[in-house]
Design a binder for this molecule. Structure first.
Ligand code: ADP
Ligand code: MG
Length: 703
């Protein structure tokens, strides 16, 4: 280990001005453990201290401002805890108030009247007076007479840190200290020279200096650009290497034959011809399973695009080759529905399907487990119960995960461990993943897309209605029911406010019941607090058409299939995320009839909610919606990314920097295709750097 890396890996408390107490706090509060962490703790913005404002020109809506003036008056005001020092600062054009709530005794002593100060801080308006609380204040000297000649970095800090004196400014001082101790040469380059040149990126060491202490906006921007690229590029190198290794190493079963089981079903029992997209995807899967390598494929297809049939046909191929398959769903209801659907489709074939969830207990469970290990069960359908150790297969060849975003990465990895040779894995999702996110989070998976809906579907009409219009909405539902259709009314349910949410649901149910009295109408209510059996009965009554309305929480979000349902009413739409709304809407529009989605909201809407409603009304395209969703929520909140740990990006934003991400991806692929082991001299900085970053190699088991 060389001297340099040892300096950067020093514990943060050894930095001058830190010490054990603050060190502990820095670790706890903002996750800074080493000198390197501090170096990579970038300012989130800069304030321009080269500009001095005139008081008369301030409108009160500015954020940070800098002014120069004299203190013409000071007074301690208020009683006891609300005691504060108020000073009036005046320049040639006007006056503002400076206020100190804390440390005012000291300020009162040290401030002098009628000398010039340079004052910097956040402007606020109190009644009609412009105010600045706890400003930074410096005596005007020759150096500061015309303002400070640099950009001031602003660092994120917390209340607890501030109490210990670690304000944004103090953190800035620490990193300035650190940079002073480091020599430029001590920060090693990690991007190959040709890449630096091609993308006009500044050297790494320079970038660290300039991101913390830029002389201008332009410098800050260039430094950020370099470091962003580095993040994206390194991530892509890792992901692409993983993919290459997997292709080389992970041995997989070979499915040579498409035989009796598949052909019999395909020719005699399939209820409809496949769409072109379904056929294409099936071919892609087929190709993967003859290579001798393990398949790791992500199947994306909008709600209702027909992923289940592709899954079934894939499982049949496995069976034709002497293997078993499993299909894992995120909820009991969905597993049950898959089981019912597949059993029905396969009823005149020799394929044996079984269902295993947490609710299958006692003797029934024992039997299924035994038959699975014997191999008499061909397809085992279930929830995450499938992952438990007691579930053993004779010969698991194909594992399919439906609606994968509900599963954590670690859970999926456990599917691998069912055999010595891992089964082929097909992950299906109806949440279209934006291309950029797919590239980052699922970059090591191969992706198939079903981009065509089964024929005869009419686009769903989506409208926005408010509380005032509820009577009309109810009349509309009545009209649809009169035509023989069914309707869903869905209420939000989140853990944090579960009790209140259930109350709303029950209240809603009573209201609906008043509008739709028995015996003319029947209503199913389904929610998570019901016993499983009751839930299922209520569900089945709706599926069978015995009830016309289903009042439910989001338990129905995933997978429920009732083609006769033509109305989806979503209550408190403002509380749902876009992807969820899209999923819910996908429950209707599955039959030949025109379907409707009614987004109910309060009369007043926040800006983000308005935006979401607007998008929903405008488009049915899942990809457009997921891009928008990511834009509104930020990629960190996207389902599936939190657990993945792959989006460890400090500066880059895969939405805003998507063009750069694509470039970094392309660049990484090119380098690795020419030099897979990174042995060329020009790639040495990169391979050396990666070797020091071994700790991150826990990435190798992503799906
Ligand atoms: P998802 O992709 O959301 O899982 P499903 O597999 O549940 O969609 O399919 C939605 C509906 O479309 C089901 O009723 C299914 O039977 C039907 N379907 C699937 N493929 C076709 C097809 N090729 N032609 C006609 N209907 C189809
Ligand atoms: Mg589905």
């Amino acid at each position: 280990m060389n001297l340099i890396s040892s300096i950067l890996s020093n514990p943060i408390e050894y930095l001058k001005g830190v010490g054990p107490q603050r060190g502990e706090l820095l670790r706890k509060e903002i996750n800074l453990h080493t000198f390197r962490d501090l170096l990579e703790y970038y300012p989130f913005r800069y304030v321009d201290r080269t500009k001095v404002d005139k008081i008369a020109h301030l409108s009160g809506i500015e954020d940070f401002v800098q002014i120069r003036g004299r203190i013409v008056y000071m007074e301690v005001m208020g009683e006891k805890r609300s005691k504060r020092l108020v000073a009036t600062l005046q320049d040639e054009t006007g006056r503002i108030e400076l206020v100190w709530f804390q440390g005012w005794q000291w300020m009162e002593k040290s401030l002098r009247q009628n000398v010039s100060y340079l004052v910097f801080g956040r402007l606020s308006q109190f009644n009609s007076t412009l105010q600045m609380a706890h400003p930074e204040i410096d005596l005007v000297t020759e150096e500061t007479a015309t303002g400070k000649q640099h950009l001031e970095p602003v660092y994120y800090t917390t209340e607890k840190l501030k109490v210990k004196g670690l304000t944004a400014k103090a953190i800035g001082k620490l990193s300035a200290n650190l940079l002073q101790q480091l020599q430029l040469a001590e920060i090693r380059e990690n991007i190959p020279q040709p890449v630096l040149q091609a993308f006009r990126l500044m050297p790494r060491a320079q970038a660290f200096f300039k991101i913390h202490l830029p002389a201008s906006e332009e410098e800050a921007k260039q430094a950020q650009r370099r470091l962003k690229f580095e993040e994206l590029f390194l991530a892509q190198i890792r992901i692409c290497r993983l993919k290459i290794r997997r292709h080389h190493q992970s041995h997989g079963f070979v499915f040579n034959a498409v035989g009796e089981v598949f052909n019999n079903f395909y020719n005699n029992h399939m209820p409809f011809p496949l769409t072109g997209a379904q056929k294409r995807v099936l071919k892609e899967i087929r190709k993967d399973t003859v290579t001798g390598r393990q398949m790791n494929r992500l199947l994306q297809g909008d709600v209702g695009s027909g992923k289940t049939m592709v899954a079934l046909l894939t499982l049949l191929i496995a069976i034709d080759n002497g293997f078993q398959g499993c299909l894992m769903a995120p909820t009991e209801i969905l597993a049950q529905q898959h089981y019912n659907g597949l059993s029905e489709l396969l009823k005149d074939t020799p394929v044996k399907v079984a269902l295993l969830t947490g609710n299958v207990k006692g003797k029934a469970r024992k039997t299924i487990l035994a038959e699975t290990i014997e191999g008499t069960v061909h397809i085992l359908i279930g929830t995450h119960a499938l992952l438990e150790n007691e579930v053993k297969f004779k010969h698991l060849g194909m594992a399919i995960v439906d609606e994968q975003h509900r599963f954590g990465v670690a859970q999926r990895a456990r599917l691998w461990e069912k055999n010595n040779t891992p089964p082929h894995i097909l992950v299906m999702t109806a949440t279209p993943i934006p291309r950029t996110l797919a590239m980052t989070v699922y970059g090591d998976l191969d992706v198939s897309v079903i981009d065509e809906m089964p024929p005869g579907r009419k686009p769903i009409t989506t409208v926005h209605r408010t509380e005032f219009q509820r009577p009309q909405v109810m009349d509309f539902i009545k009209e649809e029911i009169r035509k023989g259709r069914q309707a869903y009314i869905v209420y939000p349910l989140i853990e944090e406010s579960a009790n209140m949410d259930y109350e709303n649901l029950t209240k809603g149910y009573e209201e609906v019941k008043a509008f739709f009295p028995e015996p003319k109408y029947y209503i199913s209510m389904v929610h998570g607090r019901q016993p499983q059996a009751q839930k299922e009965t209520n569900m089945q009554r709706f599926v069978a058409g015995d009830t016309q309305i289903m009042v439910a929480t989001t338990v129905i979000e995933v997978g429920v299939n009732v083609p006769n349902a033509s109305v989806m009413v979503i209550e408190s739409t403002e509380r749902f995320g876009l992807s969820q709304l899209h999923q819910l809407r996908g429950r209707v529009g599955r039959g030949a009839e025109q379907s409707f989605c009614i987004l109910m909201t309060g009369n007043k809407l926040g800006k983000d909610s308005q935006e979401r409603v607007k998008v929903m009304v405008k488009t049915n395209d899942g990809f457009v919606i997921s891009e928008k969703d990511m834009e509104l929520r930020g990629p960190g909140d996207m389902e599936g990314t939190r657990q993945s740990g792959l989006l460890d990006l400090k500066l880059a934003d895969i939405v805003q920097d998507r063009a750069m991400l694509a470039a970094a991806r392309e660049c990484a692929e090119k380098i690795l295709s020419e030099d897979p082991e990174l042995e060329l001299p020009e790639n040495k900085p990169l391979s050396e750097y990666l070797a020091t970053q071994r700790s991150k190699s826990s990435w190798s088991k992503i799906s």
